[in-house]
Design a protein around this ligand. Sequence first.
Ligand code: OOG
Ligand code: NI
Length: 508
Amino acid sequence: MSSPSAPLPAVEIRKLVARGFSEMYGRELPEYNRFIVPVKASNLEQLERRPDPHVSREALMEEKHGAIRVPGAHEMRIVTRIFAVMGMVPVEFYDMTILGEKSLPMIATAFRPTDRSVEESAFRMFCSMLHIDSIPPQLREEVLAELEKNRRLYPKFSPELLTMLDRAEHDGGLDADDARKFAASVVDALSMHKDKVVNFALYAKLRRISDPLADIVLESPVLNHLTPRALDIEDAVDQLNAAGIPMQTVIQGPPIREDGVQVQLNQIARIAAGEDVFVTLDPAVLAAFERDPASIARLKNDAPRLELQKGEKVADYMARIEAALATHPIVIIQHKARFGEIEARGVALTREGEASYNAYGIESEADPAAKKTKVEKFNQKYPKTDRQLHDAGWAYYTYQATDSGRSRREHGAARRADLNALLDAGDVALVPQTYHDFLPFSAAAIFRANLTEGSQGIGGAGQDASENRWLLEKAMGKTIADRHDLHRHDREESLRRVCAELNLLPPD
Ligand code: OOG
Ligand code: NI
């Protein structure tokens, strides 16, 4: 029996926080609850059709990732510490500022477990930080001043949460009681506090450029989506469409193959429904709100609501709001940030496998006809089976001794393992290593799902990616792990295990 104050394993804290996120998100965004109904239905049907001993009905909807957008180094450092307590570290760097015309003013990483606890809870957090140099120079000072004001007046992280973080780091974990409190504080920190009145002068300038920019200055970090897994992502999309849920039109990531194993990651976003936000152009109203929020309750009550029309350009919407603000001190507008997404994860590619996939140029191809040709070529040529991908050295696998392998275990002096022969004989089986990371082009497309039409963007200025990686690492106080190192480590470890089990010397 462990004593009641023994530290809880990090994976248990991760589960608590992930569960808390689901509850909060469903509560704050009722459309999220509607969104997951068809996804669940699809998953249950798929599981019935193709039973999988590794997937339980209960765990089916649990494997999720979330995403947050962080305004600066101060917050980045705190979330890095929070995720460490949850057994998650930054893996891979995604520079969203170097994606040509798809660029966004963000640099990103994803926090995730890197040990075997991933099998118990694979919850990950895609985390992007504002890249201040990507926004027009004349706006930088104003943005930084607003972010400073937010930190002062509307701190996201409670003193209790920061104290618990210190304690967790000092004691090497949290006991069950503290872990529950910690989870509740983390969930509260990343929920949205909707009563704020926003300075529309700055908000409009930023939203014309890019919705995520306006979002960050409005309030951040906020959990901005949660992503359940879809066993068959095409079927889930069909069911979502049939239920009238507004989805993106294209599933991101490598082509979906009927006759080949799926590689890397596929994902698709639900379009944000839009949430009410109070805005004003009147400094006196802002000042009154900052002094005493209750003092402007009546103005908020009387505020007219201006919805974004279908297909309306951002400049027109911003102009309409500005006109309304000429006669009303406060107006309610629709802010597009929080949404939904589903994902399906395949086998992780090695550098070579990834390079040969990238050489097809599928994800960067904008022209539909050209894209179709490239997809066909990929479908014809790219290795289709686990064994082919393994033998080409294009995807990561671990090895498992089979019953037949164990029954043939030799005693006496160990021979050197011949991996190919063992696989041919069925004495060792390949277990695909899941792709646990993200894809920069796909991520940009997910971000872009919620750009209001006509956003200017930041252009593809093209920065120095290594400089940006360093910027993010400096903010976190941690280096970003390389997914290839992690996959190789798991492969080597499994090989050692299998060889020991079968009394063989590791292959050369
Ligand atoms: C993050 C978008 C990227 C993914 O799954 O690739 C992402 C965001 O919109 O903040 O979550
Ligand atoms: Ni996502």
